[in-house]
Design a protein around this ligand. Structure first.
Ligand code: GRF
Length: 201
């Protein structure tokens, strides 16, 4: 199948980008899906370097461009995304994106929402809160994105144990393994299942 016939993923990332890397690895030679571009809001995001390694076009944008103009939206639209994946992206998605891509933006969160979500609940903050609460399990939530942090419809949750004596870093490692396993699977399903509303035949 020629690349033009592939489904396009656009990734948004703010930090390390290990989930972005998983997506780029999994779809590098995929017959029907490709990572078309990566957008980052942080010049120090290692995700930008990872994109370069995979020869995926990468773009840096500012808060002003994202919230006060259509520049980022238009640049994203030029890649004709079938799915936008927020993979460690820390800003709220503005209305112009939600309207342009209804139900086509998903996020991965490193906890079992609706617990441990919302503004400021990212990275080690999440795992510190889970460990401090004495919870016996945590996990991941992959969900659709709406105008509130971590509030859209759930697509998938997977669980893992929290062991006695776990540090937040221990738990982060276990949860990240779940993310790396399930994010590519969910993306592939969303983009290939025939009865999916984002995937008209
Ligand atoms: C992941 O835990 C993800 O769930 C959260 O931010 C972290 C990003 O990790 N949204 P990475 O940048 O993909 O390595």
């Amino acid at each position: 199948m020629a690349p033009a016939d592939k489904k396009n993923i656009v990734i948004f990332a703010s930090g390390s980008g290990s989930n972005a890397q998983r997506l780029m690895e999994c779809f590098e030679h995929h017959p029907h899906i490709r990572v078309a571009a990566l957008f980052a809001n942080n010049p120090k995001a290692y995700a930008l370097k990872r994109a370069e390694t995979f020869h995926v076009p990468a773009f840096l944008f500012s808060r002003d461009e994202f919230y006060n103009t259509n520049e980022v939206l238009e640049q994203v639209q030029s890649f004709r995304p079938d799915l936008i994946v927020l993979a460690g992206f820390l800003w709220l998605v503005p209305q112009n994106f939600l309207q342009a891509f209804p139900d086509r933006i998903i996020n991965i969160h490193p906890a079992l929402l609706p617990q441990y979500g919302g503004k400021g609940m990212h990275g080690l903050n999440v795992h510190t809160a889970v460990v401090s609460a004495g919870d016996q399990e945590s996990g991941i939530t992959i969900h659709r994105v709406n105008e509130e942090y971590d509030k859209g419809e759930f697509i998938l949750q997977e669980r893992c144990p929290v062991h006695p004596g776990d540090t937040p870093e221990d738990l982060a490692t276990r949860v990240l393994q779940l993310e790396h396993k399930y994010l590519p699977e969910v993306v592939e399903k969303l983009l290939t299942l025939k009865d999916n509303p984002i995937n008209p035949s």
